[in-house]
Design a protein around this ligand. Structure first.
Ligand code: NAD
Length: 246
């Protein structure tokens, strides 16, 4: 029996990177996948094709996770098409790094809206569905930076720390209704987001990690499979670090 057989998941920002790996690992476990990204570009089409090839139901949706209106619209469309939502993975995220001294209001607002408000938007939109089902698993992508802070990332770390408070509160509000809510705090994961870093910076990061390597998107996706499945049925309100021991 596969771990997520016949479940349906919504994953935000899954055209590439960590979100894409989560989508593929979920499909491997028999999960139907509705995923969003800003546009249905070549990445999104390729992810959708790969999922369909795995024999699950899958569809890509263009939707801006930071928009309350867009989010409610897309969740309605997904419900019409899939009929249920068992797992929500709030994965969409961006960085606009700079020291606080140079940070504009726009850079602050953008990161808070895409990273944190999106989690509110999607949780709010799926809550009535999960309440009716009396079950559901919500997985929010935080970061090691949300736990520890990082120079040059005040906006990003605030958004990721905010996600942790939100996750724990949702766990308390919905626990009695069979809905679980957990966060994942990835460390240094090698994707396009971190691929922009210069080689020497990347090497320096890696030398500080006890397991001596950057993480892979699959490392994070495996943790999502665990939190999405019944393997974690007594776990809620937690932050699972996937960071090689950082
Ligand atoms: P990525 O940039 O490779 O992928 C992010 C995806 O989100 C992209 O496809 C992008 O188009 C999409 N996206 C951006 N804004 C969106 C919006 N408003 N609505 C919908 N989709 C949107 O990044 P990644 O490295 O795969 O990161 C995924 C998540 O993991 C993010 O939340 C990130 O903060 C978090 N994270 C990443 C790392 C890392 O080392 N890569 C570490 C900790 C946490």
């Amino acid at each position: 029996m596969k771990l997520l057989q016949d479940k349906t998941a919504i994953i935000t920002g899954a055209a590439r990177g960590i979100g894409k790996s989560i989508a593929l690992k979920f499909a491997e476990q028999g999960c139907n996948v509705a995923f969003t990204d800003l546009a249905i570009d070549d990445n999104a089409k390729e992810t959708e094709r790969a999922l369909l090839e795995m024999g699950v139901k899958a569809k890509a949706y263009a939707s801006d996770a930071s928009s309350y209106e867009d989010t409610h619209k897309v969740v309605d469309e997904i419900m019409k098409e899939f009929g249920q939502v068992d797992i929500l993975v709030n994965n969409a995220g961006i960085t606009k790094d700079t020291l606080l001294m140079r940070m504009s209001e726009e850079q602050w607002d953008l990161v808070i809206n895409v990273n944190l408000k999106s989690v509110f938007n999607f949780t709010k939109a799926v809550q009535r569905i999960m309440l009716k089902q009396r079950s559901g698993s919500i997985i929010n992508m935080s970061s090691v930076v949300g736990l520890n802070g990082n120079a040059g990332q005040t906006n990003y770390s605030a958004s990721k720390a905010g996600i942790i408070g939100f996750t724990k509160s949702v766990a308390k509000e919905f626990g009695s209704r069979g809905i679980r809510s957990n966060a994942i705090a990835p460390g240094f994961i090698i994707t396009e987001m971190t691929g922009k870093l210069p080689e020497d910076v990347r090497k320096q990061w890696e030398s500080q990690i006890p397991l001596r390597r950057g993480g892979t998107p699959d490392d994070v996706a495996d943790a999502c499979v665990f939190l999405g499945s019944e393997m974690s049925s007594y776990i809620t309100g937690q932050v699972l670090s996937v960071d090689g021991g950082m």
